[in-house]
Ligand binder design. Structure first.
Ligand SMILES: Nc1nc2c(c(=O)[nH]1)N[C@H]1C(S)=C(S)[C@@H](COP(=O)(O)OP(=O)(O)OC[C@H]3O[C@@H](n4cnc5c(=O)[nH]c(N)nc54)[C@H](O)[C@@H]3O)O[C@H]1N2
Ligand SMILES: Nc1nc2c(c(=O)[nH]1)N[C@H]1C(S)=C(S)[C@@H](COP(=O)(O)OP(=O)(O)OC[C@H]3O[C@@H](n4cnc5c(=O)[nH]c(N)nc54)[C@H](O)[C@@H]3O)O[C@H]1N2
Ligand code: SF4
Ligand SMILES: [Mo]
Length: 722
């Protein structure tokens, strides 16, 4: 075999790196693509492992169906027949809401899954829609939804032109960025530092914090206090100046009253950041020529996620940094971006329905996943009895996963579309695999909406597959869910869908194409650059569409047509924040997470080259706390919260602030009935046994995985006590 080199797109994280793949008899070699318009040769260890992932013998290649309690291999027709036979009577007897769906993180990273998800959800016709988003970014999309009119209208830091970057609760040198598609963060951050300043606010001294100009450790969960105090300073000292964006902003006059009382001096003891530092930070941000402020997971998956996310935007606006080069800007994506579609759009709203048991409101068509277990376990009309999971591992990803595990085991029917038999899919009655990243085409419809430079890039499959593409699997599931049964003519169903998408976008679909390619072609043609798939096929290194440009006011879709800076649904949560300020500073021990460059949430621990020393599931404890609690480096400790306990090795390090214990998520691969030979040999513990389904960002019900009160004791004592 002659070596063959082609390009592809890495679908593993939001950076969307362009890669080259060389196939030769010696195996698959993956490198960064030096000619790529966005990533310019960058790749990380995960991307480099795409070949190993492709060849992982544990990876599922055929469906599995549960027969007499055991998952056994089945044909595709048998698997769909089983789903049809079991779903139909269940829906007839209990109604559509008895079926829930959970979709996980990789759904956003797959062309097929991202375009065919909505049709599947529609066919299911259930209100019980859940996703990893409610353990992640929803507070941010909620805030931007109300401010700018659409949950998908999120401005990104204009990294390549800013000279002051304030980063809060984000570790992009490890995560490679999120809601900010920007490959090669090391280089981008280094360049900002050459031009100016990078400040990181994080309870841990992260890789990003080390690379920054300054690191401010903060008490977990208090970012909204810090940001409110900064806003207080800016308003009080007359530093507010929204600049040219001012004429597109309504409600500015409400701000002083909203942050009254949040003086730096009052906030300081709660945040652990002293008042002078807060004042300086506010003045610096206001005074910088071009400043960007960026809050990510540490500011969203926490108890004041909505307020913190809102304040990030407000600070950018009042310092004149919204919609200007070097500030926060709205990308103009080539395909599928709701805010670049012509014509009127409906303003964002939430709470159109609520969860059955605890009445938590719907956001973006979803219910908070912390309510999934109770929806399954609580009897009554509307009880969830069947669950579809798509590219998700909620058994490890969702708070109080002990209870969720119980709930999954009690379902009447569970169907999983997933590539591994893991902690979640081992509960399924039917498992349907999908092709590997090298076996499918790619275009980042979602992520390019958050790219720090406007780009378009299509990648064809690198190798053929004997596994049907996931969009076909999803169409067959949709047909069954809609009551139309199986087998179904997926080609005809797909054609109808393409016609519907075409009509919506006023583009005649190209029926010489099929599947996601045909839809993508429609979206590209309807998009602001009027591209075609054929054009992109001729550009394997991607197409550069230029730097970010101002988009106000056209990007807005609020009822007023303006940025609504003080939306009621958000500011209504301020009394809850004020209550913290009125109480005593909390000195108890709290849990936060951490990510590792060689992990990807829960599912890449089966790659040996990634799952090795250095990527460890340990509890990081500050030396002060370790001494006080009587644990040493390498000791086993027990961590206990309201919902669960685990025993885990302690790593004593002053990388975590006093009062903070850091345990990474996505571990705990010791469950029976999985097929993860590498991961199960180095299992770690599941941190979401400790996180609490009742500890949430109240406006959105998004899980607060960070700042969970925790008790730590040496294991010998723990044993003695029980
Ligand atoms: N404590 C704590 N909990 C957290 C977090 C945290 O920081 N701390 N982070 C949260 C965040 S941000 C997120 S996004 C969630 C993630 O939550 P999930 O999305 O539920 O979890 P993942 O680990 O990403 O699981 C992805 C699943 O998709 C499967 N998969 C991978 N590739 C494919 C594919 O090509 N096709 C199909 N069909 N399946 C595939 C994997 O086998 C795995 O089962 O976790 C959240 N949970
Ligand atoms: N290597 C790798 N890359 C990934 C992933 C992965 O698992 N591994 N997951 C992907 C996913 S799904 C996502 S959503 C993104 C997430 O991308 P990031 O948001 O960059 O992810 P994290 O590394 O979790 O960074 C969150 C930071 O917030 C800090 N933090 C915790 N609590 C608080 C708090 O209360 N306040 C403040 N200010 N900081 C706090 C944590 O210490 C952590 O450093 O990463 C993506 N990229
Ligand atoms: S940074 Fe993300 S997109 Fe780039 S190679 Fe690594 S995992 Fe893939
Ligand atoms: Mo995420």
């Amino acid at each position: 075999m002659e070596p063959r080199t082609t390009t592809t797109t890495c679908p593993l994280c939001e950076a969307s790196c362009g890669l080259t793949v060389t196939l030769d008899p010696g195996g698959i070699r993956v490198r960064g693509n030096d000619h790529d318009v966005l990533s310019d040769g960058f790749l990380c260890p995960k991307g480099a492992s795409l070949g190993v992932l492709h060849e992982d013998p544990d990876r599922l290649r055929t469906p599995f169906v549960r027969r007499e309690g055991v998952l056994v291999e089945a044909t595709w027709d048998e698997a769909f027949a089983e789903i049809d036979a079991r779903l139909r009577p269940l829906v007839e007897e209990h109604g559509r809401d008895a079926v829930a769906i959970y979709f996980g993180n990789p759904t956003a990273h797959q062309l097929g899954a991202s375009l065919y998800l909505r049709p599947l959800i529609k066919a299911l016709g259930t209100r019980n829609v859940f996703s990893a988003g409610s353990v992640d970014q929803i507070p941010k999309t909620f805030a931007t939804g109300y401010l700018y009119g659409d949950a998908a209208t999120i401005p990104v830091p204009d990294l390549d032109r800013t000279d002051y970057l304030l980063m809060i609760g984000a570790d992009p040198l490890v995560s490679n960025g999120s809601l900010m598609t920007a490959p090669d963060m090391p280089r981008r951050l280094a360049r900002i530092k050459e031009r100016g300043t990078v400040v990181v606010v994080d309870p841990r001294r992260t890789r990003t914090a080390r690379a920054a100009s300054r690191h401010l450790p903060i008490r977990p969960g208090t970012d909204a206090l810090l940001l409110a105090a900064m806003l207080h300073v800016i308003l009080e000292e007359g530093l507010a100046d929204a600049g040219p964006a001012a004429r597109y902003v309504s409600g500015m006059e409400a701000l002083p009253a909203l942050v009254a009382g949040f003086e730096p001096e009052r906030v300081a003891p709660h945040t652990g950041i002293d008042a002078d530092t807060i004042r300086d930070l506010a003045r610096e941000l206001a005074g910088a020529e071009r400043a960007a402020i960026y809050g990510r997971l540490g500011t969203t998956a926490q108890r004041f996620g909505t307020l913190a996310s809102w304040l990030v935007e407000v600070l950018a606006i009042v310092t004149g940094n919204l919609d200007r080069p070097g500030g926060l800007m709205f990308p103009l994506a080539a395909a599928g971006q709701p805010n670049s579609r012509p014509g009127p759009r409906r303003p964002f709203r939430h709470g159109r329905w609520a969860s059955r048991v605890s009445g938590r409101p719907e956001v973006m068509g979803e219910l908070p996943v912390v309510t999934l277990a109770e929806e399954i376990l609580t009897p009554g009309a509307g009880q969830v009895r069947a669950l579809f999971t798509l590219s998700g591992n909620p058994a490890l990803s969702v708070p109080n996963s002990g209870r969720l595990g119980e709930a999954l085991a009690s379902l009447d029917l569970m169907v999983s579309v997933d590539v591994y038999l893991n902690e979640t899919t081992r509960h399924a009655d039917v498992v349907l695999p999908g092709p590997t990243p090298l076996e499918r085409s790619h275009y980042d419809v979602l992520l390019f909406q958050y790219a720090v430079r406007n780009v378009a890039r299509y990648s064809a499959p690198v190798v053929d597959s004997d596994v049907p593409p996931e969009w076909q699997t999803m169409l067959r599931l949709a047909s069954i869910a809609a009551g139309a049964g199986d087998p179904v003519d997926t080609a005809e169903l797909d054609r109808q869908l393409a016609d519907a998408v075409g009509a919506l976008n006023r583009v005649e679909p190209d029926h010489t194409l099929a599947g996601p390619e045909r839809m993508l072609d429609v979206l590209l043609k309807a998009g602001p650059y009027s591209l075609t798939l054929a054009e992109l096929r001729g550009r394997p290194h991607g197409m550069d569409l230029g730097e970010l440009r101002p988009r106000l006011p056209g990007v807005l879709s609020t009822a007023s047509g303006l940025v609504e800076i003080a939306p009621e649904s958000i500011v209504a949560d301020l009394p809850r924040l004020r209550a913290v300020l009125d109480g005593d500073p909390d000195g108890s021990l709290v849990l936060v997470g951490r990510r590792h460059l060689r992990s990807n949430n829960s599912w890449m621990h089966n790659v040996k080259a990634l799952n090795r020393a250095g990527n460890d599931c340990t509890a990081q404890v500050n030396p002060e706390d370790a001494a006080r609690l009587g644990v040493g480096h390498g000791d086993l400790a027990e961590l206990e919260t309201r919902t669960g306990r685990v025993q885990v090795e302690v790593e004593v390090t002053d990388d975590v602030a006093p009062g903070v214990v850091s345990l990474p998520h996505g571990w705990g691969h010791d469950a029976g009935g999985t097929r993860l030979s590498v991961a199960s040999g180095r299992p770690g513990v599941n941190s979401n046994l400790l996180t609490d389904d009742l500890f949430v960002d109240e406006p959105t019900g998004t899980a607060a995985v960070s700042g969970v009160p925790v008790v730590l004791r040496p294991v010998a004592l723990a044993t003695a006590a029980t």
